[in-house]
Ligand binder design. Structure first.
Ligand code: ARG
Length: 772
């Protein structure tokens, strides 16, 4: 029987279209027609390529926004109503919360537009167009051009192109590099500065499972929030909130499907993935694995423990630190998962093998040798050099700037530079001071000096011990000589004497700022010492290696693409609009374990733990779920589906991205990646990588049933157009003969039983953790 099975598998494998599998790729919408369209159709897409991306007519891209530069959102009504993740709206939710009216905790839905809450500083960017400008940027540049000259020339051209595209401030425009500087694209956006908070469920739903469940499946988080974009009466963007603004009418908004998802349904994620480094060489991976990540984890661990201690003791402090804590904790766990994954999947070894085979290919031909011959050697040498200074960078970022008072002192730099500049006039100083006054307002709203003092002691102590002595800033000598090496005595002095510990003192300084006062401030002096040392002694070394790396990486990536000329590489994510497509899909995280592709409300009740803040279920939700009161949001199986997995390739920044079915309707909101594929930003694993999405029906249930905000749901275009297009069993085809993933597909054996064939066996998570 087994032999028969393999014969079948082989046959199926041979019949498969090569491209029809879970594949890496966050694609530029500009090229979807050419590169991906046929494959997308095979997976179930029914839209035309122009319905996805068109710069002349309304297309899906007009329904997608980049939110605040760090997340994605999508329009779901003709009145600018926008959905994103809860964790993307977290900061806004926190800023509108007080201990007396804590909407972060209670949840909030505006019942009228006048209740919607403005968020100065928050904006959305809507893409107008993107353009390949490689030819213009690289014109006249040859392999002989010196790297410094090249950099200066390219920066100048990038700026010129962007400036021209801005059309006197009408648009936001920038040029980004792709494939390690082998290609350049320009992006032109409209920026809307009036983005109002419309609603979100209680934190216990929006962040259900907290840091325990974060980055993991199975998941039961209602990770969504709602905003509304406002424009002036001509539907044009305004720089900030304005009282007479009206809801923006988007060119396109997404219909919302009540159909629910099945395995094999086509799924497309459209959004703004932040950053991947999938071309990172083995030496770079190694540095991340054994130096950067362990340091980041240790420093964040220290900071989080101290923040948590004080937050647990005092709800007001908890509220102040909630958003900061969530951000730092999110990537703390990310670094842990990334390192575990790199060890388990032997990512460095895989990359080394790829490099060895590339070197062979280069060595086989003299011209290749000329063009790319020194790339890998240069890369390895540059990393060997970087390795000596890398910890300094990590500790400046995570230890020095991880201390809030030092990071805030850094904001005084522009003022300091003006004082030092003989040509600067009074007006410039006043302007800088006014800007700092605003920054101080923001900073002190969420600041608790005693907490920060503890962090200061702990993090700077680690800085002093962990970084090579010769690279330390002078301030540590001061601590040694004047404070007997006691960081806590030094902190007593800094916090007792700096004006940067309170808003009142900072305001008093800013009312009549002088160089004399700034220069002697001990927190400012601490920052100045760290910064001066870093910029004078460390950065020049790092920059030297980075210049070598830039050139060598460019050659390396060019060689790789030349070697595999028939493979279409997707560019690394760089916060520009991308589309990734795939199917609704389950996975097998490790030997003997199969995960379903969806979770239900039952799982919320199963996870409930009133004694653990991460797993509290709000009373009303508990009642409704126990009564199985799901209304029209129930699945055809009678349960309420909460989240589902797809094999879309995404990364951070995609948070809040719409998951769209083959008809272009919204079926979910992407909000996370899975633990087994945490190496995804450095190396893609096609067996394990999944995208975790909240089911749109759970979102609507939370708004209408739980939040009582039916009007918001009524504003949307709700559709129920029958089964989603796709390649699942319900579509006639079986997942087997379409997905083509022979390693772990479901097959029907002769006796009709479903079984799974797996090639890879993941080790237990705990095992990998023990080796960290
Ligand atoms: N891991 C998610 C992401 O980076 C963020 C989840 C936020 N939730 C949390 N518990 N910290 O997109």
């Amino acid at each position: 029987m087994l032999q028969k099975l393999w014969a079948k598998l082989l046959l199926v494998a041979l019949l498969l279209p090569v491209a029809a599998r879970a594949d890496e790729g966050m694609w530029l919408p500009l090229y979807v027609k050419r590169l991906n369209y046929a494959d997308m159709q095979k997976k179930g897409l029914q839209l035309t390529a122009d319905e996805i991306y068109d710069i002349n007519n309304a297309s899906l891209k007009d329904a997608i926004v980049q939110l605040g530069g760090f997340c994605t959102g999508e329009f779901v009504s003709s009145q600018g109503l926008m959905l994103t993740n809860h964790h993307c709206g977290y900061d806004a939710l926190q800023s509108h919360s007080t201990p007396e009216n804590n909407i972060l905790e209670k949840g909030f839905f505006a019942t009228t537009k006048s209740e919607e809450k403005t968020n100065p500083g928050l904006f959305v960017d809507i893409l107008v167009r993107m353009e390949d400008v490689t030819g213009k940027v690289l014109e006249g540049i040859t392999p002989q051009t010196l790297e410094v000259e090249r950099t200066v020339l390219i920066q100048k051209r990038q700026k010129e192109l962007a400036d021209a595209a801005k059309e006197n401030g009408q648009y936001v425009a920038y040029v980004r590099d792709f494939f390690a500087g082998n290609e350049y694209y320009m992006f032109v956006y409209q920026r809307f500065g009036d983005v109002r908070l419309v609603g979100a469920p209680p934190e216990a739903i929006g962040k259900f499972g907290g840091d325990t469940d974060n980055w993991e499946w199975p998941r039961h988080t209602g990770d969504f929030s709602m905003f509304r974009v406002y424009a002036d009466k001509n539907n044009k963007p305004t720089a900030g909130p304005q009282a007479d603004n009206v809801p923006y009418v988007p060119k396109k908004h997404l219909s919302v499907s009540l159909q629910g998802v099945s395995e094999g349904d086509f799924a497309m994620v459209f959004g703004f993935p932040g950053r991947t480094q999938r071309f990172l060489p083995a030496a770079g991976l190694q540095l991340t694995l054994d130096q950067s990540n362990p340091a980041r984890i240790k420093l964040r661990d220290t900071r989080l423990k101290l923040w948590k201690e004080d937050s647990d003791a005092n709800p007001a402090i908890r509220l102040k630190y909630a958003s900061k804590y969530a951000n730092i904790a999110n990537y703390w766990k990310y670094y842990i998962g990334q390192n575990e994954g790199m060890k388990r999947l032997k990512t460095v070894d895989q990359k080394k093998a790829e490099e060895a085979s590339l070197m062979q290919w280069i060595a086989a031909d003299a011209t290749r040798g000329q063009n790319y011959g020194s790339a890998l050697n240069d890369i390895n040498q540059a990393y060997a050099g970087l390795r000596e200074y890398n910890l300094s960078s990590v500790y400046v970022n995570e230890a020095a700037y991880g201390t809030e008072i030092v990071a805030f002192a850094a904001k005084m730099a522009p003022l300091y530079n003006l004082f030092k500049d003989p040509k600067a006039d009074k007006a410039a100083v006043q302007k800088a001071a006014a800007e700092l006054k605003e920054a101080a307002e923001e900073h002190f709203k969420d600041y608790n000096a005693p907490t920060d003092k503890k962090v200061f002691v702990a993090l700077l102590q680690l800085y002093a011990t962990d970084v090579p002595k010769a690279q330390l800033p002078d301030v540590f000598q001061t601590v040694q000589k004047q404070y007997g090496g006691s960081m806590s005595k030094y902190a007593d002095y800094v916090f007792a004497n700096s004006f940067l510990t309170s808003k009142a003192k900072t305001d008093a300084f800013l009312a009549a700022p002088t160089l004399a006062k700034l220069e002697v401030d001990p927190a400012f002096k601490t920052w100045n010492s760290v910064y001066t040392n870093y910029s004078q002694n460390i950065v020049p070394k790092i920059q030297g290696y980075q210049a070598t790396l830039a050139r060598a990486n460019r050659a390396y990536v060019a060689a790789l693409r030349a070697k595999n000329a028939d493979k279409v590489y997707s560019p690394d994510a760089n916060s520009t609009l991308r589309l990734s497509y795939g199917t609704v899909r389950d996975y097998s995280p490790r030997d003997a374990v199969d995960y379903k592709f969806y979770t239900t409300a039952q799982g919320i009740l199963d996870k409930e733990d009133p004694t653990n803040p991460e797993f509290v279920v709000p009373t009303k939700e508990n009642e409704l779920l126990r009564a199985k009161d799901y209304g029209r949001f129930a699945d055809k199986d009678g349960t309420l589906h909460v989240a589902f997995t797809t094999d879309n390739d995404i990364t951070g920044g995609n948070s809040g991205s719409p998951v769209i079915n083959g008809r272009g309707e919204l079926i979910g909101i992407a909000f996370d990646g899975n633990w087994e594929a945490m190496t995804g930003d450095l190396a893609y694993d096609k067996d394990l990588k999944r995208c975790i999405n909240v089911d749109i029906r759970y979102v609507l249930w939370c708004v209408e049933k739980l939040g009582g905000a039916k009007a918001l749901v009524d504003e949307m275009t709700i559709v129920n157009n029958g089964p989603n297009p796709g390649v699942g069993p319900q579509n006639g085809g079986s997942a087997l003969n379409q997905l083509g993933d022979v390693d772990k597909m479901k097959v029907k054996t002769d006796d009709g039983q479903k079984t799974k064939v797996k090639k890879k066996k993941g080790k237990e998570k705990e095992e990998a953790a023990a080796g960290m």
